[in-house]
Ligand binder design. Structure first.
Ligand SMILES: Cc1ncc(COP(=O)(O)O)c(C=O)c1O
Length: 431
């Protein structure tokens, strides 16, 4: 039987890997959620208006005027060498020391996720991911037909013993464990951070099992108390590919991220990148490079930290005051997200249309799993709306949860448990 729309005459022609690329039914709801009257706690958009926009405008204009022939030309597939040197400076914050040759600049870290998976994963290879995990990474792993296995986490991040068990189980099932994808800092969507002990243990397990660690760290510099957790890659330059991004510390629209990888892997990544895009945008890279060279970028990161801390506080305080008993949530020490667990019996996906009717949006937990988990949870983002809007959003959401509880008490539980449901792909910009 063919899948997809009957209106699409190409339905039977698509490659097997396109089967995993499906839009969810909640996507349409997000079109409504972007209306101004809806408080969206759904999207993970950084608050770029806090940047020195005039300065960035001058930088971009100056680059074209003074170095137009270079800026508007093709560049190196590996990325601009000056920028690669500056990236080392940024990574020194998380304890990583490397050589500019170890770095490849990519079109956001999203592209690096794609390249690493392309280079390492055959269909059926097992990729271990946290439970829950980042929607955009799940989409990549699915498109390369990986066998995605969720590994439980708690308030201290991924549970190492659960990883070891999952690896043993995969081998017992005759599968090929290939890599662990992890977001150790200020997790998207769980809002938790891996402890140092756990990082060490996870590295030990991965090394013993010959498992590549793909360490994704777009939020590492956004810890609210100013401490920057040490990267796993800082302790092993052979077992780990580290991904970084300027999306949350400068501007997501510039689409500049990077990977740092062992030498042979880095060479493969450059070849894969050249076949995908020839080279990353010189204009974007040099804008970042100029900004890093001429602006107090660490001060700007502090501005972002303060701004997001205030918003995190607005979210947590108002949930504390307003959410019905039985609702729990994580307390992020940095980043953009809190993971909320609803009172027993409620279903975040079933509740979403009611929430949007009440003019508040979130992402249902099911979007962050490939195996049908997540009905009892949802992700709230506090990065974009201002604190007053966040409080108003929580007030509306608390009202919706309360009326769901009343309905559940009257008619029985609302949750419909489904077997092995596909992932949601809620929307490309719900990241
Ligand atoms: C965990 C995680 N990884 C990767 C990305 C992609 O970021 P970039 O803008 O660098 O492509 C995001 C974006 O939200 C993210 O949350």
């Amino acid at each position: 039987m063919s899948e997809g729309s009957r209106l699409d005459p190409w339905v039977d022609a698509y490659a097997a890997r396109a089967r995993g690329m499906t839009a969810s039914e909640i996507r349409a709801l997000f079109a409504v959620a972007s209306r101004p009257e809806v408080v969206s706690l759904a999207g993970g958009m950084p608050f770029v208006s806090a940047l020195p926009l005039d300065t960035l405008a001058d930088t971009a204009a100056r680059l074209v005027r003074d170095r137009g022939a270079e800026v508007l030309q093709y560049g190196s597939g590996q990325g601009d060498v000056t920028l690669r040197g500056q990236i080392l400076d940024v990574m020194s914050e998380v304890g990583i020391s490397a050589h500019p040759d170890d770095v490849i600049v990519t079109t956001g870290s999203q592209m690096a996720l794609d390249l690493v998976t392309r280079v390492f994963c055959d269909p059926g290879d097992v990729v271990f991911v946290e439970a829950p995990s980042y929607v955009g990474a799940l989409g990549v792993f699915r498109s390369y037909e990986c066998d995605i296995v969720h590994v439980p986490m708690d308030a201290d991040g991924l549970i190492p013993e659960a990883l070891a068990e999952a690896i043993t189980q995969a081998r017992a099932d005759g599968k090929k464990p290939k890599m662990l994808y992890t977001i150790p800092n200020f997790h998207n969507p769980a809002g938790v951070t891996q402890t140092t002990d756990r990082r060490e243990r996870i590295l030990q397990i991965a090394t013993g099992e010959g498992l590549l660690i793909l360490e994704d760290d777009p939020y590492g510099l956004l810890g609210f108390d100013g401490t920057v957790p040490r990267a796993i890659r800082a302790d092993d330059d052979q077992q780990v590919v580290y991904l970084g991004s300027f999306s949350k510390t400068i501007a997501s629209g510039l689409r500049v991220g990077w990977a740092v990888a062992p030498h042979g892997v880095r060479e493969k990544l450059v070849l894969a990148a050249e076949s995908a895009v020839l080279c990353p945008s010189n204009y974007a890279q040099l804008t970042v490079s100029e900004y890093l060279a001429t602006q107090p970028w660490r001060e700007q990161v502090k501005v972002f930290r303060e701004l997001y801390r205030e918003r995190r506080d607005a979210l947590l305080d108002s949930m504390e005051q307003l959410m019905p008993p039985g609702t729990t949530w994580t307390h992020p020490a940095g980043g953009f997200y809190s993971w909320v667990t609803l009172p027993e019996g409620l279903d975040s996906k079933a509740m979403l249309p009611r929430a949007i009717a009440a003019l508040v949006a979130y992402v249902p937990g099911t979007g962050f799993f490939v195996d049908g988990q997540g009905h009892e949870s949802l992700r709230l983002s506090y990065c974009y709306p201002d604190p007053d809007r966040i409080r108003e959003g929580v007030r509306r959401l608390a009202g919706v949860v309360e009326s769901e509880l009343e309905i559940a008490q009257t008619f029985g539980t609302a949750r419909v448990l489904r077997d092995a449901e596909g992932p949601e792909n809620p929307s490309p910009n719900m990241n």
